[in-house]
Design a protein around this ligand. Structure first.
Ligand SMILES: Cc1cc2nc3c(=O)[nH]c(=O)nc-3n(C[C@H](O)[C@H](O)[C@H](O)COP(=O)(O)OP(=O)(O)OC[C@H]3O[C@@H](n4cnc5c(N)ncnc54)[C@H](O)[C@@H]3O)c2cc1C
Length: 414
């Protein structure tokens, strides 16, 4: 086995690993970065639909509130390196960021490749030794202290002697990008507890066939309640997309964290959509009476065009069991009540989630109780540090997850 030496080995050249490598080198360490892919930042390239939502314009308190299950763990990391530092880092690399709706920062160029290139170019200018196609296969420790690791490259095994390792191997989501959960196995072998990894920020699959003929529909300004065992557990406003039996869009992605956990516990999971959140039942009743009176000779099918998107009309006719040819002036108050009920409480039973292959983030990972929040060092193994999605921390969409990776990478390097 071929051997070499390094002050620090960073495992993984994703968001966290690149930041950790850069900062550790800036602080004077000789760093070796090992990446099993053929290039760096494979996942970063696909973030924000190819635009990369780099961070969010929130203060620390609000940031922490968006992060589960223990956002407070990140306080020291955010105190050291937060939103302003990220903006200034990319500005120095000639990649200015721009603020968009919802406090989201994107590169002005709208290209995630500019973010990856900025990081890789900074690594090059610091002469960081990044070895690609190099898969770490074993972490070596003795008496609860790191002394090296083994990796494989071109069918050859190598050993690196080091006293410090930062594990930045990501979670399990989008495994094609390289995040296949390797870090969990290393950490578990070394005595760490892994909180069961689950897909999160993931689309949900309906049990019923209501929407099977709808190829693509975006509903804006709706309210969605997540019901677990018939009790409302979370509520979100905003945009929801329907693609056949699959529900997605920001509202669903945010609710998915709790839906997935409940489905795993075999609980009953429903999404209840309010298509008219701006109107209460009474206001909606008045609005329908007015519409029906003004269009008294209009067929029910055409009347629905005034109330819901065209693609939903066959769904409503089926669920309401009202004859589509009935005229507005033939609809009775019971039928109007049924329409109102479906507009305010359209219930969709959820069967399962779309899995890690389609999940933006992993819920679960290395238990934060076993990591020192001031340093990111393992409380079990001296010299072992963690950064990024490998840690049991996840947030909703909005740039929060990348900021977690950047800040923890930075702190671990320190
Ligand atoms: C489709 C999609 C869109 C997203 N959009 C956004 C967004 O716009 N904003 C946002 O904040 N977050 C977004 N995220 C989440 C964000 O990408 C992650 O939170 C972030 O990339 C995690 O960084 P990381 O460095 O911890 O892990 P990763 O980026 O997954 O990097 C881990 C690296 O480790 C390498 N590795 C793994 N095992 C080994 C091994 N044994 N040996 C060597 N190398 C190894 C992998 O190949 C990989 O390169 C998105 C995620 C997805 C999937």
């Amino acid at each position: 086995m071929k051997k070499h030496k390094s002050d620090l080995v960073v495992v993984g050249a994703g968001a966290a690993g690149l930041f950790a490598s850069i900062h550790a080198t800036e602080l004077g360490l000789k760093v070796l970065t090992l990446e099993k892919n053929e290039y760096a930042g494979k996942k970063l390239f696909i973030t924000g639909k190819g635009r990369c939502n780099v961070t969010n314009d929130s203060d620390i308190g609000n940031f922490i509130n968006q992060i589960y299950p223990n956002g407070k763990f990140l306080y020291p990391a955010f105190k050291n390196f937060f939103v302003d530092e990220v903006i200034s880092f990319f500005e120095k690399q000639n990649v200015p960021l721009e603020l968009e709706r919802g406090g989201r920062y994107f590169p002005k160029s709208n290209k995630s490749s500019d973010i990856v290139n900025a990081l890789v170019n900074r690594c090059k200018s610091l002469k960081i030794n990044i070895l690609y196609n190099s898969k770490v296969i074993n972490i070596l420790s003795e008496n609860n202290e790191i002394f090296g690791l083994e990796y494989e490259s071109n069918n050859t095994k190598f050993q690196v002697e080091t006293k410090k390792i930062i594990l930045c191997t990501g979670g399990k989501s989008y495994p094609l990008t390289g995040s296949t959960g390797d870090g969990y196995n290393f950490a578990q072998k070394l005595g760490h507890t892994i909180i069961d990894p689950k897909p999160s920020l993931v689309s949900l699959i309906c049990k019923d066939n209501f929407f099977e003929n709808i190829d693509n529909l975006t509903l804006k300004n709706i309210k969605a309640n997540l019901m677990i065992d018939n009790k409302i557990c979370k509520c979100e406003f905003g945009e929801l997309e329907i693609q056949g039996k699959i529900l997605l869009g920001p509202v669903i992605l945010t609710l998915s964290r709790w839906a997935v956990e409940a489905l795993e516990k075999k609980q009953k999971v429903d999404i209840v959509i309010d298509f008219k959140p701006a109107l209460d039942y009474e206001q909606l009743n008045k609005r329908l009476i007015k519409d029906f009176n003004e269009n008294s000779k209009t067929k029910f099918e055409n009347l629905l065009k005034l109330i819901i998107p065209i693609k939903l009309i066959p769904v409503f006719i089926k669920v309401l069991e009202i004859d589509k040819n009935k005229l507005a002036n033939q609809l009775n108050s019971n039928e109007r009540k049924k329409i109102i009920q479906q507009l305010k409480e359209f219930k969709i039973s959820i069967f399962e989630n779309s899995g890690f292959a389609n999940a933006i983030i992993t819920n679960g990972g290395i238990n934060t109780k076993e990591i020192n929040p001031q340093t990111m060092e393992s409380k079990i193994i001296k010299g072992l540090f963690f950064a990024g999605e490998i840690i049991d921390l996840d947030a909703k969409t909005g740039g929060y997850n990348l900021q977690i990776a950047f800040s923890t990478g930075w702190l671990a390097a320190m």
